[in-house]
Design a protein. Sequence first.
Lengths: 296, 300
Amino acid sequence: MSAQPKADGTTPYELHELMVCRVAAEVDDEGVVVMGSFTPLAYASYMLAKLTHARDVYIVGFDAVGMQPIQLSFTGAEAAVYKGAVCRWGMLEEINSIHLSNNGSVEAVSSAQFDGSGAINLSVIGDFAKPKVRLPGGAGAAEVIKMYRKMVAYFPDHNPRTLVDRVGFVTGTRWKVGAKAREEAGLMPGPIIVVTNLAVLVKDEDERPFRIESLHPGVDAQTVVDATGFELEVPDSIPTTAEPTAEQVRLLREEIDPFGTVKFDFVSGRERLAYLQGILDAEWERAAKAAGVSTS
Amino acid sequence: MRNKVVPLEELGELVRDGETVALGGSWYANHPMAAVRQLIRDGRKDLHAMTIVGSVDVDLLAGAGVIGHLSFSMVTLEAFGLAPNVRRGIESGALGFTEFTGLGLLIGLEAGHRGVPFLPYRGPFGSDIPAQYPEWYSTVACPFTGEELTAVRAINPDVAIVHALRADAEGNAQWDGTSGPDVDMAQAARRVVITCEEVVPRETIVANAHMTKVPGYYVDAVIEAPFGAHPTSHVPVYPLDAWQLMEYAGAASGEGFAGYVDRIRNESEADYRERVLGNGRDRVLRSLVEEARVLEVSEA
């Protein structure tokens, strides 16, 4: 799986790796990033940042505070975060100490619906009291996406049913977007960044729509506009999203995510369960071998 | 020292039909699953379950007809999809629900713990959730600056059930890995049931006193339940059992779920452990914790 450079000197990579690298680029050495449950793309991005350009970023995973980078796996991620962590907290300590006290730097979320104001819907499709689809709920995202310095929303499938004009129900929202409005409200100034399988969008003013910051290689602006349900500002000249370096691809494939957990969110339909089963088989096999147990 | 240790089979005497029961754990971590199974065996009805981030715990209770209302900020089977029974229950109108914002629910518990009627915070401004529940969310002006804040009403569950690594007979309970909202729930509830991997002598607790997160004076009962969070995790003893969770997700999505529930109802907790952890599966689960890896950070 190691990434050999192509004849033209570039490194072959997959789309999810480009997205991980772009989300990772938002992480810097200041403040704290927090991960709850095992969300592979966010985990991979933070691990990559911690291993490369943001070694001083403080990471909380589950209740493990100040964790070291870990190898990703569905069954091992939680156990791994505690092995290098300097402190253990519970939820209330965590929300008081990080979210409510303005120590959060980057909050990465994904949602069923997302709109041009920076609102997310993780609650319902249809009527709230008797919904057509009851979604999982937003947990802390309802409050947290407004509190963190940067909000990053990521979507493996950029389409107008997900990126909508107006969400059907606002579970949470960025609330104040522009730097001045945020500071007046006691919030840290910082943008909303949207990273999808097609492009990167950014919004940093309340009254101005999202604009296309960069297009992934081979994607044109009209494709992005057509796939987006809210108004987009399309600059005359749009750069191409930075492609992963050979070292980033190596770290992702060999160190951070050898089981391929991030790609799971990019597999759809019937293949999805089979893909997950394959990863779990590999995780089981390694552990069974180490335990000297021959079961399947 | 008062001995609060009771067998799991007596849980039904500690939780009455219709009560509000806060269930510890979050994500796929550390839900009090042995207690969940026992509530099913006891045939409890109309419970109001409360979770911060629930998964198989509340979904199983919903599917088994144990709960009539669910308060939550998130319920998900993560990689295995939406929670089928909770989803069906809410979409059909059979299961009452209160969707809290995550911080709001925790701050409500904090108010309950402190004995104040509400607590203010810079809340989920712009969210549609507070307007759905004027009985839980309101606004309040800061008496010093006039700033408008979100107010959350105090939450005092009738019972909190949380799963610890170990506890002594007095109920002094310790965690090493994820405790999630367990302490916050235990502090706010009127009664507290600790289930734990192991009941230990007081000396063991004293030797690791820094790990005690719930002191015994909060606690009403202690129940020894090895693998009591299974198929969710109790790190560092075992991780989530993804294979059992996959089986659960499949059963909960299909026609055969009644059989899944009946099997739990008709077997003891010891039978359950033998069934799901036999043939060395318990050793592989422990090995998954051992094999979980931290990456070396090379010096630049």
